[in-house]
Design a protein around this ligand. Structure first.
Ligand code: ATP
Ligand code: MG
Ligand code: MG
Ligand code: MG
Length: 476
């Protein structure tokens, strides 16, 4: 079943059950606590917090989400994308636990010819919060799941709140058992690779105080209107319904891998290290394009920096697969072709997206060519002198002279089994900042001897260092 179909079935099912279909919000919302929208409920926060009367009692959406916290998992686990689509149904003081469980169970077990996903009920598991007896009982009665396949879990996994005093509540998750070839017996508590989490149902029923129940704090009282907030991962359902091994091999992500195979002449599925790179490329190409589509541009801090980091990781991964030509424009068009059916703005905005990725790639390739050589020399010296830690001043030089971001240095060092003296790096950064401040103060008073040099630098730019051009054997 194609991802677009999975998405449409969800919306249609809930619409047929009295939910208002609400479009995804942008990935960027005006919320100082949130870099990117990371769940379906975000756009409905004012309803949940009681700041606005709900515009409808029930809603359904498929929300674009970006989770930067999952970036290091990408390509390594079977289930984490940086960009993914979260399908959700929401009740604002309308139905509660029984309704949420009934709907979720019906949609996933209903036959495919009847508009459902047709999952085998024998393979499904549910979890509830450890003291949620009501939830446990409802699962028994409404789904017929045997007790052994309903696990109780602690606050870490099964309590939800917004991270601030306000609404909270237990949650209940649905898992699919992929079979013994994917890991150990024992349910989600034992192995989250074998038992794949597909859907989280949040029962928003109480008010938490300063300290969350996650940290042992008390529940202050019951919410007058109890709410439901759920999130089902579309890519994870696609993985299962397409018989894929992981989310990167599903229909909307895999085409980028295919394009990278064509460019590099290497095949996916042959070598573990290459495969992780292929998956990172495919995942980041998608999140990068989706972010630019919503107006983010590469920059040195905040959202822009996340985007920059995603795009740079693609470029670097591709080079490690042996491709030296610019690639981002190509990948962006593959993403457009797969995603525009659900997000037509990618097609209408494509000229802008294309120009953003090309400009960023050009600038980065410049940085990369020079910086990688310096890095390789430094790493080589560190190793040949028997060390395992790259000196802080090397990391600083890479950053300061060659514009090499520290996370890139960390990543490249890790690939070579090296650590980086981050503390030393930070100290040098702080010293430099201080110098810049002193400098500025001096310039204000007009006593700077360096001002003349500064103006030369400003008009001519930093001189490119080309001394190592001929020494490189592997270009990154
Ligand atoms: P996991 O434990 O696997 O990291 P989660 O508990 O953090 O997932 P939730 O916050 O409960 O996820 O989000 C609701 C649903 O969204 C999940 O059940 C899953 O299907 C999907 N989901 C969450 N994170 C990702 C991701 N990084 N990539 C793809 N789908 C995701
Ligand atoms: Mg997670
Ligand atoms: Mg989880
Ligand atoms: Mg979860």
């Amino acid at each position: 079943m194609q991802t677009h179909d999975i998405r449409n079935r969800f919306l249609t099912y809930f619409e047929n059950n009295g939910h208002t279909r609400v479009p995804s919000s942008s990935l960027i919302l005006d919320d100082p606590n949130l870099l990117f929208v990371n769940a379906g409920m975000v756009q409905f926060k004012p309803f949940f917090l009681g700041e606005e009367p709900p515009a409808y009692p029930r809603a359904t959406s498929v929300q674009k989400c970006v989770r930067t916290g999952d970036i290091d998992e990408v390509g390594k686990t079977t289930r984490h994308n940086t960009f993914f689509q979260m399908a959700g149904n929401f009740s604002f003081g309308d139905y509660f636990k029984a309704g949420a469980i009934t709907h979720a169970w019906e949609l996933i077990t209903k036959s495919r010819s009847d508009g459902g996903y047709g999952f085998d009920p024998e393979r499904l598991w549910a979890t509830v919060y450890h003291d949620d007896d009501e939830g446990f009982q409802l699962w028994r009665e409404l789904s017929g799941l045997p007790e052994e396949r309903i696990q109780r879990r602690g606050a870490e996994d099964n309590y939800w709140d917004m991270g601030v005093p306000g609404p909270g509540g237990p949650c209940s998750e649905i898992y699919y058992d992929r079979g013994p070839e994917h890991g150990r017996d024992g349910g989600p508590e034992a192995d989250e690779d074998r038992y794949l989490e597909i859907w989280n149902l949040v029962f928003m029923q109480e008010i938490r105080g300063e300290v969350s129940p996650k940290k042992g704090g008390p529940v202050l009282g019951e919410l007058p209107n109890k709410n439901i907030d759920t999130g089902m991962g579309i890519e994870r359902v696609a993985l299962l319904l397409q018989g894929a091994d992981n989310v990167y091999e599903t229909d909307l992500v895999r085409p980028v891998i295919t394009r990278a195979e064509e460019m590099s002449g290497r095949r996916y599925g042959r070598d573990h290290t290459d495969d992780v790179r292929f998956r990172v490329i495919a995942d980041h190409a998608r999140s990068g394009v989706m972010l630019i589509g919503d107006g983010v541009t590469p920059g040195n801090d905040g959202r822009g920096y996340v985007l920059r980091r995603l795009l740079r990781r693609i470029v670097r991964s591709v080079r490690l697969l042996g491709v030296n030509e610019p690639v981002l424009g190509e990948f962006a068009s593959v993403v457009r072709d797969t995603m525009a059916e659900s997000y037509p703005e990618l097609a209408t905005e494509f000229a802008r997206i294309d120009s953003v990725v090309r400009t960023e790639e050009e600038a980065f390739l410049q940085t990369l060519t020079t910086g990688s050589k310096i890095f390789d020399l430094a790493a080589g010296e560190t190793k040949s002198s028997g060390g395992s830690v790259l000196a802080g001043d090397k990391a600083f030089q890479l950053h300061d002279t060659y514009g090499f971001p520290i996370d890139l240095t960390l990543e490249m060092a890790a690939e070579q089994g090296l650590k980086v003296d981050e503390e030393g790096f930070r100290r040098l950064m702080a010293e430099q900042r201080q110098r810049a401040k002193d400098d500025a103060a001096q310039r204000k008073t007009g006593h700077s001897d360096g001002a003349a040099y500064r103006s030369i630098l400003d008009s001519h730019g930093v001189t490119d260092f080309l001394g190592y051009s001929d020494l490189a054997t592997e270009s990154r």
